[in-house]
Structures are given as C-alpha cells and as structure tokens.
Design a protein around this ligand. Sequence first.
Ligand code: ZN
Length: 326
Amino acid sequence: MSKSFVFGVDIGATWVRVAISDPSGNIVIKDREPIDTSSNLVVSKQIEKIGRNLCQRVDREPGDLSGIGIASAGPMNRKEGKLVNPSNIPLGEVPLAGPLEKSFDTKVELINDGVSAVLAESKYGAGQEYDNLVYITISTGIGGGVIVDDHLLIGKNGNAAEVGHFTIDEEEKLKCGCGRKGHWEAYCSGSNIPDFVRTSLESIEPEARNSPLLEEKKKAFRDFQPRDLFEYAKGGDELALNIVEEIGRLNAIGFATVTEAYDPELITVGGGVALNNPELILEPIRKKITDHTQNEVPEIKITPLNEENVLYGAIARALTLSENLR
Ligand SMILES: [Zn+2]
C-alpha cells in the first residue's frame, strides 16, 4: 500500500476543515476548528496545526504528504495562492499556498469553493455522467462552479464562476457584500434575504393585510432569519408566499444567465437556503427560467452530496497534484 496521502482543506466563513485522504479519495480522518481571524497570517498556521495533529492521530509521516488542495470562498489570486479581501472573512490578503508549501515541502493548490464543489459533483455526485455541469450554492452567499465540455473553468485568478455577483437588478435596489449594487447575492442569499424582505414590505400598507411578516416589521426585523420567511410561507401566509415567489423570479434570472453563459445539461444546487427549502427554492426557478433564457433549459436538482462536497473537491484537486508529481 502506498504510504502517500493528501490533505483536503475547506475554508469557510465559520470553520476551517482539514481531512487526510488516501490516494483513492477516501477520507481517513478529518477535523475542524472555528476559523481564527485574529491575523491574516494565522489561517495557514491553523491549517498546519490541524494537519499535523491529524497525522499524529493516524500515525502518518508529514513527510509522506503528496499534495494539499485548499478550497475557499473568493475572491482569490490563485497563482499566488492567497485570498484577496474575501467577502465573508474579515481579513485582507490571506497567504495560504506559500507558507504551507514551505512547512510541508509539497505542492499546494488554492481553488474557489464553488469550483471545488462542482469537481466533487462531477467525480462523486450527480454529475458523473455529464460533460456540461454547473453547481450553484445558495447559502450565506451565492457561488458556483462550472464544467464545460468536461473542462473545469478556473479563470485568470481562480474566479471564473462568481455567479453570485451577476447583476440581476438593473435598478440596483440592494447592495451586495462586495460593495456593488444589483448583484444576485444581494437579493437571494441567506445573509441578504432579511434585507430583501424588509425592502419588499416598505410599500405594504399595514392595515391591508394580516401577516406575521408585518409583526416582524414592527419589531424592525430584529432576529429575523431567512428560515422565518420560509416557515411563514410553508404555513400558507400569502404575503410570505409572494415574497418567496419574487425571490424565485430573481433566482430564475440568475439560473437563466448561467444557462445562457455555459449551456449546461445539469445544474445541481446546494447550500443551506436551498437544502432546507428545496421545493420553495427550485419550483419557482423551474417555472420562470424560460422567461429569461432562450437556451434549452437544463435539468435542475438538489445535489446528492452533503455539505462535505467542498472538502471532497479539495481532495480531488490535491490528488491531481500528487498524480502530476509521479
Ligand atoms: Zn457582489
């Protein structure tokens, strides 16, 4: 049996996850820690610490490590292996590949988490039979990964599929986490749905309806979460249903733009907002997408992979690195 192994790393807004994988892509052991944002240099040290600890626990020599794949939300400079003002981590430039290459004397590759997820979908998930595949996450933010003609799109800096920053509202009513207006993520992502609901209700006369959303409005939407909107909609509240329908229309514009740009056979969808409300998110998209794209509409379904898809994509990338070394 080969002694070699790889690290897959998933950097999110909340957690740093590290896994040791065998050469076949099976996770041997994994661990996670809350991300330490006390300094931009500390994230790579945290990955090193978790990685060395995992090696100890399963009796592997760090010297036998044959590659590290790191997936993170962008934006990033892939060639320099660093994050650049990541929208959900409050740090400026975060160098990752350089310090880890030095510590472990191995190749390190940094990829976007959406790119990582589509890679996992293609290797282990619903995309195994497809050459043209898009993965979209509707989560805290909105992100994506794209495979066209069996070719993974990466881009000059690794940001080829930042679909959440497609402009879907030319009136630019809402502001995105990136600072620009009118972006898809500013309307339909988990962190921005409360703002969308608040804006939508500005024109509603309180006397005109009897809805729990108007109670939320009175409380200035304190503690209001996206799940509250979907719960009210599932309970049959008409106002909540109308807003969910409008979110669906905006999502359909996003999915239609993706369809125009990449002509996929399949779009798989993940992320907490979609996974917790599959019908309320996907049905309006399926219904409205033809209003906005002239291309043949792809199959649209929830990803069968769990939240580890990003980690599996990072492992797949690390294994490609280690194969190239042989
Ligand atoms: Zn944006």
